[in-house]
Design a protein around this ligand. Structure first.
Ligand code: F0G
Length: 348
């Protein structure tokens, strides 16, 4: 069952929206006791592992809804700008709906697994000699001139779909967590989570979390308070200098009593390794939320004792293997003999 089947009555959608699903959503909430202990202990930490969605990222929730709406109103094609995950997701859902997908990506800045996905699902992939922000400006303009549906998170139906992750967390925990940390790029996801938590609280009295949004230091317009012309970070998914939903994200963080902060590439990659060390491999951007959480706890700016903290891990590690293969040593090569293998074995 996908997000439309499960939560359509809680979404604000036009009646023409078609049911579309690749069984997205219903992702696991994985407890991380070792990481919680390493961060000082005394609290419960969970990863909402969105990498388990059909195309390996949280984008599938919103894309099922946005493409379903576009299909229902008779659009033949969808278009988006993307750092990679939106592209793969748009391509998959367009394929599912029998529509064409056109995706614009910044040249040379999209992880291999994401580009391959978009190609595999049959999208028309266009690289632009420029940034994500420039690509977004172009797709907004072209969608105003041509009958092509824009499926970036400026599209309100994307947020309707993405807010379902907040519902799932509340259902799993029997209420809202105390703190939710997550990476922030174009700022659609943090905006959608806040919508979802507020709606669930109104309906069920579940309470509200403090939101901790985390950008990468080299791409932190919401922390700096100005557009970043040349954003740069190893977390290419959030390499964004002018977030489309920046204002709403700042407002959501403030209303929740939280904030948007930045984490360095080193902090992000260190957290990616620590997470993988507890069995959860995510792409770099997906570790940013936890990297920011660790920073705030260590600096004494966030007291999590006795609390429930959920870190949204937005995308699967398989999407960006280059980050790991670039620092790993080539695995050892041995002769195919028992003797050679035995010589290597250390007694446990
Ligand atoms: N994490 C991952 C893995 C992402 O791909 C993105 C955004 C984010 C976090 C940030 O979410 O933009 O809603 O604040 N990726 C977009 C894309 C920009 O094109 O795939 P956001």
């Amino acid at each position: 069952m996908g997000v439309l089947e499960r939560y359509r009555s809680w979404m604000d959608l036009p009646a023409h929206t078609e049911m579309l699903s690749l069984s997205e959503g219903d992702t696991p909430l994985i407890e991380l006791p070792r990481l919680a202990e390493a961060l000082g202990g005394g609290f419960t930490l969970y990863s909402k592992y969105e990498g388990m969605n059909p195309t390996g990222s949280f984008k599938d929730r919103g894309m099922a809804v946005a493409v379903g709406e576009a299909k229902g109103r008779g659009a033949k094609a969808v278009i988006c700008a993307s750092t990679g995950n939106t592209a793969g997701s748009a391509a998959a859902y367009a394929a599912r709906a029998g529509m064409k997908a056109i995706v614009l990506i910044p040249e040379g800045k999209v992880a291999a697994g994401k580009l391959a996905g978009a190609v595999a699902y049959g999208a028309q992939v266009i690289q632009i000699e420029g940034s994500f922000d420039q690509a977004l400006e172009l797709v907004v303009e072209i969608s105003e001139r041509q009958p092509i549906a824009l499926v970036n998170s400026l599209n309100p139906y994307r947020l309707e779909g993405q807010k379902t992750a907040a519902f799932e967390i509340c259902e799993a925990l029997g209420g809202a967590p105390d703190v939710l940390c997550l990476p922030v790029g174009n700022a659609g996801n943090i905006t959608a989570y806040w919508m979802g938590f507020r709606q669930y609280d109104k309906l069920q009295g579940s309470g509200l979390p403090i939101l901790l949004g985390v950008q990468a230091e080299g791409a932190a317009p919401l922390v700096l308070g100005r557009r970043v012309e040349d954003p740069e970070t190893v977390a290419t998914a959030i390499r964004i200098g002018k977030p489309a939903r920046g204002e709403q994200a700042l407002q959501a963080a403030e209303e929740s009593g939280g904030r948007i902060i930045a984490a360095s590439d080193e902090e992000i990659l260190t957290m990616q390794k620590r997470l993988a060390g507890e069995g959860v491999w995510v792409e770099p951007a997906s570790a940013a939320g936890l990297a920011g959480l660790a920073k705030e706890i260590q600096a004494g700016r966030l007291d999590v004792r006795g609390k429930r903290v959920v870190a949204v891990c937005t995308g699967h590690g398989l999407k960006d293997p280059d980050v790991v293969t670039s620092w790993m040593r080539t695995p050892q090569v041995i002769a195919p003999t028992l003797a050679a293998l035995e010589a290597l074995m250390v007694k446990c």
